[in-house]
Design a protein around this ligand. Sequence first.
Ligand code: DGL
Length: 280
Amino acid sequence: MPAALQNNPDTLLKMPIGVFDSGLGGLTVLKELSALLPSEDIVYFGDSGRTPYGTKSKDTVIRYTLQDINFLLSHNVKMIVIACNTASACSLDTVSTKYNVPIVEVVGPGARAAARITQNNRVAVIGTSATINSRVYEKALRNVRDNISYIGKACPMFVPLVEEGWWDNKVTEDIIRLYLDDLKCCFPDTLILGCTHYPLLQNTIAKVLGSEISLVNSAASVAIEVKDTLLKNNLLRSDTEKKGKISYYTSDSVEKFAALGSMFLGKELDNVTKIDIDAY
Ligand code: DGL
């Protein structure tokens, strides 16, 4: 248990929320979190030095996830948000009961949101190879309703495009078309963006797929789940007039993370620090 968790309840409330992803993708979750819980402090770690996770073996993703969580715990966080579908898919069984802080992941909230939206019960999911091969979304959708047809498609080139800042150029549009054109043959009416990087490509994906398919970005549902979890564990800050501080950490270039992160969040990121994740 982090030392501060043994402290009095007031100290506990003031501890930050820890969020991690393999790189920039988790910022899509952080954006919703800081909008819903503006007075909470947040420590964000993006493992851009080792991205992508989605093409790596399950054992490697579990090892990375444990290091990412250890890093966040070293900042005395009161809860962990796994803002990465790949890490959620590969390591949730390993980490869910290992720590004394609550852990929220991204797969369940996305599946539940899609099940609410679909009219024809045909839901497609795009994600990294690791996420799609795990069939974690199929299980999560069937847990909500067993008559939902599931169509899964791995799109391994999307994450490098996002990390490069190529969110809406012609090459990106062509690659999206190559991956997604054949999905239309299965007639899904709902598509889960099953990787937290993909909302950065959302406009280009929508352009390729057209308006008949609703896109589900689970970030807003994850933020609600974080709030509910904090409430349930008596960890939600009550000093709501206070503006929360967000600290960013990356395992790669600070300049690149700050430039792309600022573009996405629409504000300057002047507090980005590089860390050596192998030390955790
Ligand atoms: N953004 C992550 C996800 O949601 C990881 C992508 C990757 O590193 O391959 O799956």
